[in-house]
Design a protein around this ligand. Structure first.
Ligand code: B3K
Ligand code: ZN
Length: 853
């Protein structure tokens, strides 16, 4: 495939002043008529080039006159008209077939309803158009559809005229007053139940809010609506941003390639991130809904009003908007707990990506397939960079910079440079070196060395940075790394400060008062910078650090580090059993945190097998998994009485999805997990009782997950019961598939894929089996006999045929293959080579080629 390069960017030589779209909707034969009012802005001789894919052109005219066959050329990827006037209206008529669109890009059907997905390049599957984000235009949409099957007709902006169209059909007009790029276009048509509410903005405008869901599901949209209103309020209070249309619509669809989409005034959501109630959704679901609803809403300003000049700038909207939604969640819940969760996700997904063959910079300068650019690096590392920026200039200056950004660039399609120019202006600082964070891939490693001089009460701290080579980037420059630090002793903090490590190395010296004991150094508090720390501390020092630490993130991370080293030692056989002091320390930390159950729950979490891949190579997932379980069993044993007593208490009633109760339940489910790993003989019967008694999905699923990892009657009984209870609810059935996939071997995965409810066309269902198995069950996916790879390969091949975006996403599970022990490694390579030699989509071929490097 030909790579697209940032350095090739040129502005589009025409402006599209107005887009008038007419849809005659039909599942098999939809007609789209587009009237584009076009004006030349560039080169006098430039041809008019439009993107178009999977379209059947029925007619084409300029200013009402049909074009001769020789006047234009149609290819698989678009349409070119060699000679056009300086100002004209182009009219095209195309036929598309939403019912056979299995890629879920463009206009497609889900559950018998029409829905669209245009980012990044789906609009070209709807009509011929300059499908690039820097072409912004005013859109007017008129759609006609069957009255009975499609009583509701939605598009972007504000509703206009509507009425009868004869023949059992009706029509509706939507007008979007805000100019937008084509990727923000949306259309939905069908029969929905609607959950309605209103929001009054800070200037007193009343906005009609509506969430459209499957029949019978309206009440399950209440939490999403509540989250939406809180997001609207938060963006007013925190960023001074008000909503800018009279209506805001959300539509939930079951078949969707990712989480949700921020189309102007008409957000389309994967139903998994809209529907929730006590009985069918977990607290994690409620939390995800809250953050995704917020994320899409926040895009209205960071993404829609100000958009990206080109797709290389994707992090301009995504990194910034993730940063915004993370802070929203922190404000809704607990800031330290949110920070820990964000870092868990970053380490699991982004650090792994950054360390493997798919590593790329936050703003890449080349790509093969645009869909593959929606990565943890662009999103999560992109968010971390904004977080560092804010810490370095302070909250007030950050807000001034954002205000200036909105003021300068409203209505424009801009670049990362434009964004930083605003912060340079308000802070008077130069961010040239800081912007290396966008250009350089790889996670910097910071080495910390301490030298305590007891005679002079001096401590020297030397910090060094090094970023490992990544594909195409053998040599790295230093990046500015803001590190919150502290000196700790028995009394608490001796000193607290932020160092920005600008160069390769810096040494800090502190003179402490006479008689001071050697202080402990706390580094990267609150995870101020997305780096890996290398410190050669003794276990005693690490235990001491956990005890003295005053920063909640670092206390948690101290426990993680201890646990990581322990798991590695157990896996490598340098130790047969977990160290008693260490197990004590973990248990003590948990007991000490019971007043903040959400935090205590995080302390019970042991690092995942995948995180360990980064620590020591080659990685042996089977041994790591065994070692992790050993440690888990030891911790469970130590806390046995506490676990039994906490689980003996009733779950909070009546149910409330808010942070406080969710925290209590988080600890309960963490203890359910420990109980399942305790090795107690009665664990399964105890879990079955908990399963049966659980008054909410959070605890029911935790018990089921615990049982799924065991063997025997209790397990089979619970799984059968759950299936029977929920077989008609697809979102809950996704969970039923997941709890099995997460502990399954290849054979079980094959069985799940053969289940009558496994549906290759439904991304949620495919992911609930394949992504869960390949990304969360690493000891089985990377089984040394290659069985895990084979079963995934077989399913992915089929999925990829229908839906390239889904196929490619699943294949990223192979990204770590090079660090594995030799047997798994050679099986993985063989699998990738088989895939490379076969007929894959362009998206999947791009992943496989890069993985093989
Ligand atoms: N902007 C969309 C992602 C679209 C992915 C296209 N392959 C959702 C989001 O980040 O808000
Ligand atoms: Zn986004």
């Amino acid at each position: 495939p030909v790579a697209v390069k940032l350095s090739d960017y040129t502005p589009y030589p025409f402006e599209v002043e107005q887009v008038d779209l007419r849809f005659d909707l039909d599942p098999e034969d939809t007609r789209v008529r587009a009237d584009l009012k076009i004006r030349r802005t560039g080169d006098k001789s430039a041809a008019l080039e439009l993107d178009g894919e999977a379209l059947e052109l029925k007619s084409i005219a300029i200013d009402g006159t049909a074009l001769d066959k020789g006047a234009y050329e149609v290819t698989e990827s678009g349409l070119t008209i060699a000679s056009v006037p300086d100002e004209f209206t182009l009219t095209t008529d195309v036929k598309i077939a939403p019912a056979s669109n299995t890629a879920l890009s463009g206009l497609y059907m889900s559950g018998g309803r029409f829905c669209s997905q245009c980012e990044s390049v789906g609009f070209r599957r709807i009509t011929y158009y300059p499908d690039r984000p820097d072409v912004m235009s005013s859109f007017k949409v008129r759609m006609t559809a069957d009255k009975e099957t499609c009583p509701v007709l939605l598009s972007n902006g504000t509703p206009g005229e509507s009425g009868d169209a004869g023949d059992g059909r009706h029509f509706a007009v939507w007008d979007d007053p805000h100019k937008k790029p084509s990727y923000l276009f949306a259309l939905c048509a069908g029969d929905y139940d609607i959950y309605r509410d209103q929001f009054t903005t800070m200037s007193g405008k009343v906005i009609d809010l509506a969430i459209h869901v499957d029949k019978g599901d309206a009440e399950r949209a209440a939490w999403a609506m509540d989250s939406l209103k809180r997001s609207m309020k938060w963006d007013e209070e925190t960023y001074g941003r008000e909503y800018d249309l009279g209506v805001f619509n959300i539509v939930a669809v079951r078949d969707f390639n990712f989480g949700a989409m921020e189309n102007k005034g008409l957000n389309i959501f994967n139903s998994a991130y809209v529907l929730a109630d006590e009985a069918s959704a977990t607290d994690a679901d409620f939390e995800a809904i809250e953050s995704i609803v917020a994320h899409e809403y926040f895009h209205n300003w960071t993404g829609n009003r100000i958009t990206c000049r080109d797709w290389f700038q994707l992090c301009l909207k995504e990194g910034l908007t993730v940063f915004r939604d993370q802070n929203f969640s922190a404000d809704m819940r607990s800031r330290p707990v949110q920070r820990i969760k964000d870092v868990i996700r970053l380490r699991a997904r982004q650090f792994a990506e950054d360390a493997g063959p798919l590593a790329h910079s936050v703003r890449p300068d080349t790509y093969g397939a645009i869909d593959n650019l929606y990565t943890a690096t662009v999103y999560e590392k992109g968010a971390e960079i904004i977080g560092m920026l804010r810490r370095m200039i302070g909250e007030e200056t950050y807000r001034k910079g954002m205000d200036l950004y909105f003021e300068r660039h409203d209505g424009q399609a801009v670049t990362i440079e434009d964004f930083y120019a605003c912060f340079e202006k308000v802070s008077g600082q130069d961010f040239t070196q800081f912007r290396r964070w966008y250009a350089q891939a790889g996670t910097p490693e910071v080495t910390v060395e301490e030298n305590w001089k007891a005679d002079s009460n001096e401590i020297e701290i030397t910090l060094r940075q090094k970023t490992p080579a990544t594909p195409g980037q053998p040599v790295k420059q230093p990046v500015p790394i803001p590190l919150n630090m502290a000196l700790l002793d028995e009394e608490g903090n001796l000193a607290e400060w932020m160092t920005v490590l600008e160069d390769e190395e810096v040494t800090l010296t502190f003179d402490l008062p006479d008689g001071t004991e050697r202080p402990l150094v706390s580094v990267n508090r609150d995870f101020t910078a997305p780096v890996r720390l290398a410190r050669s501390l003794s276990r005693e020092d690490r235990l001491q650090l956990v005890r003295l630490e005053t920063d909640p993130f670092n206390q948690w991370d101290g426990v993680q580090t201890l646990a990581k080293e322990e798991i590695l030692a157990l896996a490598e056989g340098s130790q047969a059993e977990p160290d008693a002091d260490l197990v004590d320390a973990i248990a003590t930390a948990i007991e000490g945190a019971l007043g903040d159950p959400a935090y205590a729950a995080l302390l019970t979490r042991l690092p995942d097998v995948g995180e360990m891949f980064l620590e020591r190579q080659p990685a042996d997932p089977v041994a790591l998994n065994k070692a992790r379980k050993k440690l888990q069993k030891a911790v469970a044993g130590k806390l046995e009485d506490l676990i039994i007593s906490v689980l003996g208490q009733p779950s909070p009633q009546p149910f409330d999805p808010g942070a406080e109760q969710a925290g209590t339940r988080a600890l309960r489910t963490a203890f359910i997990t420990l109980l399942a790993g305790s090795g107690r003989e009665d664990a399964d019967t105890h879990l079955l009782k908990l399963y049966e008694a659980a008054p909410n999905m959070t605890e029911k699923l935790a018990a089921l997950r615990g049982l799924a990892g065991l063997e025997g009657e209790a397990r089979d009984k619970a799984l059968a019961d759950f299936e029977e209870a929920w077989k008609t609810n697809p979102l809950v059935m996704d969970k039923w598939f997941s709890v099995q996939a997460v502990t399954a071997d290849a054979e079980t995965v094959a069985k799940l894929a053969a289940h009558k409810d496994f549906d290759l066309r439904n991304p949620n269902r495919v992911r609930s089996v394949v992504a869960v198995f390949a990304m969360q069950n690493l000891s089985a996916f990377h089984a040394p006999d290659g069985s895990g790879y084979k079963v995934v390969e077989e399913i992915v091949r089929k999925a990829d045929k229908a839906n390239p975006s889904l196929g490619a996403r699943l294949l990223t599970a192979f990204e770590q293959w090079r660090v594995l022990e030799p047997q798994a490694r050679s099986e993985a390579e063989a699998c990738l080579r088989r895939l490379q030699g076969s007929d894959l989509s362009k998206n999947s071929a791009d992943i496989v080629a890069r993985a093989l490097g």
